[in-house]
Design a protein around this ligand. Structure first.
Ligand SMILES: N[C@@H](CCC(=O)N[C@@H](CS)C(=O)NCC(=O)O)C(=O)O
Length: 198
């Protein structure tokens, strides 16, 4: 299998963390690309987005939630609870993290372009409210499932994009949880970084 990813993408990071936690890391060739300029991607994914997973003898898979589901099935269903409240919680936190990370990415891009404040305000409020909501979640950094992995994505992305902004102030539980998750090998191996030339 080949996973096309960008090291700046929280969606790709989620998939890579899941692959690592499931013990599938060695079975996947990680191909780092720039989704905006790499012409190979659109032939596999009409949206030309990362992450995209190319399987041996199967259709390519895209959208991080679909890829995580596929990897979890490959590994015998270990990270995504299959029934009960735990399942809905994991899927809810996955959806929350996805849209909040998308808002954070748009906010970062808008700041760089110097977009006016009102255009950015709704995005900033989505990011802040999501961090507040995560502070209220019962999260533990040991034995994580998809819920905990997803809950740690936005804090990690904020640290990457805005290292000078203190999202931890007033959110001690989320800060402790994020530190515990950041120490895991899967999070260490997938830390966000700027690709060369960006
Ligand atoms: N819903 C998708 C979102 C993926 C996504 O937006 N990826 C961004 C990078 S963070 C991308 O590839 N952008 C390139 C583009 O929009 O052309 C998922 O969960 O995989």
């Amino acid at each position: 299998m080949q996973l096309f990813f960008a090291s700046t993408s929280p969606f790709a990071r989620k998939v890579r963390i899941v692959a690592h936690e499931l013990g599938l890391w060695e079975r996947i060739t990680m191909v780092e690309i720039d989704p905006w300029t790499d012409g190979r991607l659109r032939a596999m994914n009409p949206l030309a987005k990362v992450p995209t997973l190319v399987r041996d003898g199967g259709e390519p898979l895209y959208d991080s939630a679909v890829i995580c589901d596929y990897l979890d099935a490959c590994a015998g269903r270990r990270l995504i609870p299959q029934d009960g409240e735990r399942r809905w919680r994991a899927l809810r936190l996955q959806a929350l993290a996805a849209d909040a990370c998308a808002a954070a990415g748009r906010l970062f891009a808008g700041e760089r372009r110097g977009e006016p404040e009102p255009a950015r305000d709704r995005l900033a409020r989505a990011v802040e409210a999501t961090l507040d909501s995560l502070e209220g979640e019962p999260l533990a950094g040991d034995a994580p499932c998809l819920a905990e992995i997803c809950a740690a994505l936005l804090p990690g992305y904020c640290d990457f994009r805005w290292p000078d902004r203190d999202w931890r102030a007033g959110r001690p539980r989320l800060a402790a949880f994020t530190a515990a998750m950041a120490a895991r090998a899967s999070f260490q191996a997938t830390r966000h970084r700027l690709a060369a030339g960006t």
